[in-house]
Design a protein around this ligand. Structure first.
Ligand SMILES: [Zn+2]
Length: 409
């Protein structure tokens, strides 16, 4: 078991080091190409716009680097020093049993939230504001944070109680049942999230009856899509970044456009973005994502079972409380998630190419190309990312690759 302890510490150090290395590569790649607009975009983008995108990407990357380095140190400190005292503090107020384990996990998550808050504030009010994206006021930010905390408590506390109770009651099969329960909750969220959670933060209004809507409905009918409606989300109250998405399964699916997207794009571009979202549906990407999550969380629960059987808390010199075991394993899973990210992001990028392909087959390549060009100009996305960084962190292929794919035969 001391070997496992050593492996966990080494994995956290190596993984933090890898993250910083990848971010440094990204910074270097953006800086190296800062002064020349990539040839394919020469007519579309001014040098000023290109430089501004480089500055924005660099600022975001530098902040992420600081956040990850800080997070790595905090995780090591928890494991090496502070988990024991935190447990003693909670034990002073909560008697042994399920409640103590739940309280411990909530307490440590709360401290993690507070430690991360300065980064969120700097990102929103310094960085996003500096580049003209942020529209959020401090009051709105505070309301969002409070709602987010309340929501997480309402969801997490019953789940944690259920988890620890199951683990206590069914010694050998709890992890399988826990996994099945977790998947059921995730599936329920696909329906619950758009109907009850997203409206806590944003307003969703049915799309007004405009020629654009008529055009969209005609295309939906022509391509044989059924949906629960077209909605516009007031994204512009928080940020000027534009997007569209598709949510729900089966008959509960709805198509949501950010108001920022509708304001900035031509009708043709909006239709191509719609076609892209429908492509995700056509190719069954939502189901693919669910299957992927089922496999990964199955492995996660198997690791939890092993950890709960193996006395990992004692190996760290801590009492054998299930709350402590869960926290240790969640910390240890960070590096595993990072190692898996090239694989999960590969699947995601492949799905994006397929959705682009669908948009191309419906409307030809040009509307999507001009939508992507405008999106990357408006969102200040870098056109010259580092390939290795892309492999680990890009859920969408870089725009130059998407355009090349659209242009290919
Ligand atoms: Zn997509």
């Amino acid at each position: 078991m001391t070997l496992v302890v050593a492996i966990i510490f080494a994995a956290i150090i190596l993984s933090t080091g890898l993250e910083i290395y990848l971010e440094r590569r990204q910074l270097a790649s953006v800086a190296a190409h800062k002064d020349v607009v990539p040839a394919a975009f020469a007519g579309e983008l001014t040098l000023d716009e290109h430089r501004r995108a480089a500055d924005y990407t660099s600022a975001r990357t530098r902040l992420a680097m600081a956040e990850k380095a800080f997070g790595g140190v905090v995780t090591l400190l928890w494991l090496a020093v502070f988990l024991g005292p935190a447990y003693e503090l909670v034990a002073r107020f909560v008697s042994p049993g399920l409640s103590r384990s739940v309280a411990l996990v909530v307490f440590i998550a709360a401290i993690g939230y507070v430690l991360d808050l300065p980064f969120t504030i700097v990102r929103t009010f310094r960085l996003e504001s500096k580049f003209g994206f942020n529209r959020m006021t401090p009051g709105m930010f505070l309301r969002d944070q409070l709602k987010g905390i309340a929501l997480q408590l309402v969801l997490a506390i019953p789940l944690l109680y259920g988890f620890f109770a199951l683990q206590h009651a069914i010694p050998h099969l709890w992890w399988l049942l826990g996994w099945a329960g977790f998947m059921l909750v995730m599936l329920a969220m696909i329906v619950i999230y758009p109907a009850f959670i997203a409206p806590l933060f944003n307003k969703f209004t049915p799309m007004p009856q405009t020629p654009l809507k008529a055009h969209i409905e005609a295309l939906l009918a022509k391509w044989g899509f059924e949906s629960k409606g077209l909605f516009v989300m007031d994204a512009s109250t928080r940020s000027t970044h534009g997007n569209a998405y598709f949510s729900g399964l089966g008959k509960a699916k709805r198509i949501v456009f950010f108001d920022t997207l509708l304001q900035k794009h031509s009708e043709e571009e909006i239709l191509s973005i719609l076609a892209h979202e429908l492509g995700h549906y056509k190719y069954g990407h939502v189901k693919e994502r669910i299957a992927e999550m089922a496999v990964l969380t199955f492995l996660g629960f198997a690791v939890l079972y092993w950890a709960f059987a193996g006395g990992i808390a004692q190996a760290f010199g801590l009492p054998d409380d299930p709350g402590l075991v869960l926290i240790i394993i969640l910390f240890a899973m960070g590096p595993i998630g990072q190692l898996l990210s090239p694989f999960t992001n590969f699947l995601s990028r492949r799905a994006e190419f397929q959705a682009d392909g669908f948009a191309k087959s419906m409307l030809g390549p040009q509307p999507m190309i001009s939508a992507l060009t405008r999106l990357s100009r408006d969102n200040l996305a870098t056109l010259t990312p580092d390939w290795l960084y892309t492999l680990f962190y890009y859920s969408h292929p870089p725009v130059p690759e998407r355009i090349a794919h659209l242009e290919s035969a």
